[in-house]
Design a protein around this ligand. Sequence first.
Ligand code: DNO
Length: 358
Amino acid sequence: MEMTLRWYGTGFDTVTLQQIRQIPGVTGVITTLYDTQPGEVWSQDRIHALKAEVEAAGLNLSGIESVNVHDAIKVGAPERDQFIANYIETLENLGKEDIHLVCYNFMPVFDWTRTELARKRPDGSTVLAYTQAAVDALDPEKMFDSIAGDMNGTVMPGWEPERMARVKELFALYKDIDDEKLFQNLVYFLEKIMPVCNKYDIKMAIHPDDPAWSVFGLPRIIINKTNILRLMKAVDDVHNGVTFCSGSYGTSLANDLPDMIRSLKGRIHFAHVRNLKFNAPDDFEEAAHLSSDGTFDMYEIMRALYETGFEGPIRPDHGRMIWGEVAMPGYGLYDRALGATYLNGLWEAIDKSHKRPL
Ligand code: DNO
């Protein structure tokens, strides 16, 4: 595995490549062209410049998160083929720049959903949190307004103001789309892009829906072992793979995370590893990465990745806001650096105990 950090790019991220370079054991970044819109073709020149910038800082560009999928593809609208053609062109340009991992999601309207971006914990840190009761009490059109004030002046992925201004229109698009239609539209998309992925060895890694259930009555499909294995089978190509996000699949306590990792052996190309602390099954907060701070056994998650021969990038995921840092919620430097160091420590211990059993 390679330990990485997500980086939004110069001008978008409060964290610099130079800071990332100083986190022990972090050798790469997962990044994006943050100012592109879903459906737009990424030019080879811009990809080249991004890669050169990352490499000049002594880091690898280990993958893209995300190349976002246009809603026309998700709902299967007549213009989807044009948007798929654009997506293919972007993949081609990434392939020509020797980039081989693309994380994406197939969530309708909202990307991941949290109801609080700065819940205060007893130690004074703040974290992202989710309460179903808060979602149930909210008009989806007001969702953006309810969290916008806590973004610390940043734009959070999936919560771009231009997009949120069209929430009503987006909801209307999905009115006839149920889980099965969404699944079929995803399969259609993957089948069309597999040839270019094969040509350039680009591993597509679908990010799960977060939380792992329907919000605001919208369909959600990448939520559990049954559905993700169905998708792996439906397009049975190694380039159709998974971003295993422990914090997203883990929102449902019915998901046995180490078991899911083992059942996806060979198809996990990217891992987001973080912990959650549950106060009730539908009220959780994003704890520190350490097992003892939350609900998950992080050792067992890392062990399952290790024992299934996982070779892709791992990134610590959302961190707490600590030590007075002001950054994009979940994406500050300090707690993610602690997370990376902790995950590297677990990996070293697992590796050594496999090579030299006690
Ligand atoms: C949240 C992220 C997601 C993820 C996308 C992938 O912090 O993990 O926004 O990047 O769903 O397309």
